[in-house]
Write a protein that binds this ligand. Structure first.
Ligand SMILES: [Fe+2]
Ligand SMILES: [Fe+2]
Length: 424
């Protein structure tokens, strides 16, 4: 897990990519704790805010970090430890669960990215086949962990990355799919199949030239056409280069179809799509909405759920929009919320939803916990505390505002620090 280097802020240079600092994220003016140092004044600014140690990612940094590499851990290229052995000591501590899941997330993202690179160079060779074994083992491990600790799946599905967004997106869709499969109480093999379908749903994007994939300006209609070929290209890749079950190819081919025929590819028949396809297309849209793009900020998870529920009136399957809404709650775990009293916190637990009977009518009630991090005057709390809240559609909402992730970027180290709260 130590693929990062911890160095003194005095050794920091322009071009280094910072992934963590030694201060509470809310005590600094920085919106994110993962960023590229672009100027000396940024380093001075960090020093002036009392930051002494920073964690840098050598892979994303520019320039030579070899003098800092002494003792750098090369473990990052190895697969994560065997979850099956670890799981024998259940229950695991929250920190341990987060660590294991984070490792799996990183591992799958890394392998998936390497697969894309391999496909770009050797993909046209007819004898080339995709080695799906490591992915299957990773997803099986994740399924086992997720069964015992579903909240962790939700929490870690909020991870974002600007560089590897396609691979991180695929891993996030995988985490959320396992969560949804878990709520459906699907047998383990079926949940794993959902996970495989989720991870590989966008594999056809490998056919999209990098300059289009990373383009910050609006796409031309020709470029859009190339992107819209990814479902069918993905389907062909899965059929020709793997022995994965037919469902995986179907999800790749159909995840952009829409009930009102507004999706693609043209001529696809939504009515013939399976439950797993409809579930994954709903999750895919959710993750796309909350993710920042070069041309727009992502929306908060709460807002994304509302957009999904609205979209289910004509384009998505209402069953899966509802399942996602009920499964995640109106303020999904990991959402940064501003309460009606002015405090700011992060949703750490979704307890339940229930129907409350009132005379002849019944109404939906959801209860959830928020870890309060800033008081009503905006000061960070030295001792964050949990507040339990109730939401019901007919009452004034307990939350006045939800923030998108670019306002309060939630980084991996921070999530690990919060683990005792969200599982407490
Ligand atoms: Fe897609
Ligand atoms: Fe996608």
């Amino acid at each position: 897990m130590n693929k990062y280097l911890t160095i003194s802020v005095e050794d920091l240079k322009v071009g280094y990519y910072v992934v963590g600092i030694d201060k509470n994220w809310l005590e600094t003016p920085f919106l994110s704790h993962r960023f590229l140092i672009r100027s000396d004044s940024e380093i001075e600014r960090m020093k002036s805010h009392g930051i002494r140690m920073v964690m840098v990612d050598p892979k994303r940094s520019e320039g030579d970090l070899s003098q800092l590499q002494n003792g750098a851990d090369e473990k990052s290229s190895l697969p994560p430890e065997d979850v099956r052995t670890v799981m024998e000591d259940v229950p695991l501590s929250p920190v341990r669960v987060t660590e294991l899941m984070t490792n799996l997330h990183e591992y799958l993202v890394r392998r998936y990215k390497a697969l894309f690179e391999e496909l770009r160079t050797k993909g046209s060779d007819p004898s080339f086949v995709i080695d799906t074994g490591p992915f299957l083992r990773g997803i099986e491990d994740l399924e086992k962990l997720g069964k015992h600790y579903p909240d962790a799946l939700l929490f870690l599905a909020h991870l974002q990355s600007t560089d590897d967004d396609l691979y991180v997106h695929s891993a996030n869709v995988l985490f959320l799919s396992l969560y949804l499969a878990n709520i459906q109480k699907l047998p383990a093999e079926e949940s794993v199949l959902w996970g495989v379908c989720a991870l590989f749903h966008d594999i056809g994007m490998v056919n999209v030239p990098l300059e289009i994939l990373h383009k910050k300006e609006p796409l031309s209609s020709r470029e859009r056409g190339i992107i819209q070929d990814h479902p069918l290209f993905g389907e062909r890749l899965i059929r020709e280069k793997t022995r994965l079950p037919a469902e995986v190819a179907h999800v790749a081919a159909q995840h952009h179809l829409r009930r009102d025929a507004s999706g693609y590819p043209a001529g696809g028949d939504f009515s013939r799509t399976a439950a797993v396809t409809r579930a994954i297309m709903t999750i895919d849209m959710f993750d796309a909405l909350i993710t920042d793009r070069p041309y727009r900020d992502g929306v908060s998870p709460s807002r994304a759920l509302k957009i999904i529920v609205d979209a289910s009136k004509d384009s998505l399957d209402p069953r899966w929009a509802t399942q996602l809404f009920l499964g995640m709650g109106v303020y999904p775990i990991g959402t940064v919320v501003e309460l009606s009293g002015g405090e700011i916190g992060i949703v750490t637990k979704y307890h339940s939803h229930s129907e409350r009977q009132e005379g002849a009518a019944s109404r939906l009630v959801q209860t959830f916990s928020v870890l309060i991090l800033k008081n009503r005057s905006g000061f960070p709390l030295t001792k964050p505390f949990i507040k339990n809240l109730t939401w019901s559609p007919k009452e004034p909402p307990p939350v006045t505002k939800t923030h998108n992730h670019s306002d309060f970027m939630i980084d991996w180290e921070r999530l690990q620090g919060l683990a005792p709260y969200w599982m407490g």
